[in-house]
Write a protein that binds this ligand. Structure first.
Ligand SMILES: *Cc1c(COP(=O)(O)O)cnc(C)c1O
Length: 422
């Protein structure tokens, strides 16, 4: 399977995930070069080995220019800890990078075909908004978003439902895992053969997953001067983001350790302790984009270590934090460091802080995966202060939203079959 086919299919026919047969190394000298940092150059170094066979170098470069047009600042909080802000894209979440990259890849792939494609996406909050924005107005591509009713924030809901055009939102009676299950079922449902062509825009799609390597490498290049082992704490739900960071490490980016920071949905914490993979019912938390109990991408992390849990534990650990601790962390970060985090970043901060207590020589970065305004109520209550509304959000809140309620897979299927395809 080449990159193009893997992107178009999203998930393999046996419901498995695509994974590179061979993980290439970065060209020697690339990581150590002292030349001016150019995000597009770093993007090319990350993505050309995977996408270069099906996307020409000039097209790939122009895609990356559009994807990487916003900044990825690093904000130091203490002498051994900083945050990498990934929320300066159009929907204020890190998922903008992967979603925009994928939308433009699909644009390039379907352009010549004259056939339509339906992007099916399950979201716990942020994915849907980033995908809707990334795909809005892309010719030949319909986007259908499934989100769990009452489990996304007000701003997230607007980002899912206010676009119109080629974007449709289905409001599912259930949890994120139910949405994900419905999407997976539709992919293998024979009744759509010859009537609909689906692809996924979830983090399982290689075109969303792999470009997330870029900001890990960018951060490494910016912090190289530190000359200390660099630890990344990544707020994790479906584990795509952290797995991308680990792919960058596998390609040669030096890193000391990766910490997956999770909320009460602690399947991987338990797996790392016992070796038993036992997802439980999904629990709703303040960091709702991480309310995932059966993280799809974890299997890719295992694959990087040939499923050897002990080898894995040298480079990777997972730590879980309650909502109570998350609230206190939001307040702590604000009081001690005059920094406003969001609940996801706060979980990352907690994981990193604990790790640094045990490893005082390390330098740690926690990823800020969403703008605090997206979780306004929680943040404002925790820091006891009002957050200013960014202009883009003010516009969004004026727009009416529209979604279609669905209760089960049959209703999702009925909707999809009622729409023209191919
Ligand atoms: C999606 C999301 C995450 C989790 O990322 P994964 O790649 O699914 O692990 C964390 N924080 C925010 C704000 C998100 O939107």
């Amino acid at each position: 399977m080449n990159f193009r086919e893997a992107v178009l299919r999203g998930i393999a026919p046996d419901r498995g995930l695509y994974f590179p047969l061979h993980i290439p190394g970065f060209a020697s000298g690339f990581l150590e070069s002292d030349s001016e940092l150019d995000p597009v150059e770093i993007g090319l170094a990350c993505m050309k080995p995977y996408a270069g066979g099906e996307i020409s170098p000039t097209r790939l470069e122009s895609i990356l220019q559009q994807v990487l047009e916003f900044p990825f600042p690093i904000v130091p909080l203490t002498e051994n800890m900083a945050t990498l802000e990934l929320f300066h894209g159009p929907t204020l979440a890190f998922k903008d990078v992967g979603a925009r990259f994928m939308a433009r890849c699909l644009g390039a792939f379907t352009e010549s075909e004259g056939k339509s494609l339906t992007v099916l996406v399950a979201t716990s909050g942020d994915t849907g908004g980033a995908v809707a924005d990334g795909f809005l107005g892309v010719d030949g591509v319909e986007v259908v978003i499934l989100y769990p009713r009452g489990k996304v924030s007000d701003i997230q809901q607007r980002q899912l439902t206010a676009h119109g055009q080629n974007i449709t939102a289905l409001e599912v009676e259930g949890a994120f895992d139910d949405c994900q299950e419905m999407v997976k079922t539709a992919f293998v449902d024979e009744d759509f053969k010859g009537r609909k062509r689906f692809t996924s825009a979830n983090s399982i799609n290689v075109a969303r997953w792999l470009p997330q390597m870029i900001y890990f490498v960018l951060a490494y290049r910016k912090l190289r001067i530190q000359n200390r082992p660099l630890v990344y704490a990544v707020p994790s739900g479906n584990f795509g983001n952290i797995c991308a960071g680990m792919m960058a490490w596998k390609m040669g980016m030096p890193a000391a350790h990766f910490i997956a920071a999770v909320n009460a949905n602690d399947t991987i914490v338990r797996y790392m302790e016992t070796g038993a993979y036992e997802p439980q019912a999904t629990r709703q938390t303040l960091s709702n984009a991480m309310d995932v109990s059966d993280p799809s991408n974890f299997i890719r992390i295992l694959q990087l270590f040939r499923s050897d849990r002990f080898e894995l534990s040298r480079m990777f650990s997972c730590r879980s934090f309650s909502d109570g601790k998350t609230r206190r962390a939001l307040s702590d970060i604000y009081k001690r460091h005059s920094y406003t985090a969001d609940p996801h970043g706060a979980v990352g901060y907690l994981a990193l802080r604990d790790y640094l207590k045990e490893h005082p020589k390390a330098y740690g970065l926690f990823l800020e995966t969403a703008h605090p305004i997206k979780f306004r109520e929680t943040v404002e209550r925790s820091i006891d202060r009002e957050l200013p509304l960014p202009d883009s959000i003010q516009d969004l809140l004026q727009k009416p939203g529209r979604s279609i309620p669905v209760r089960n897979y049959e209703e999702v299927k009925a909707y999809l079959l009622s729409q023209p395809g191919i």
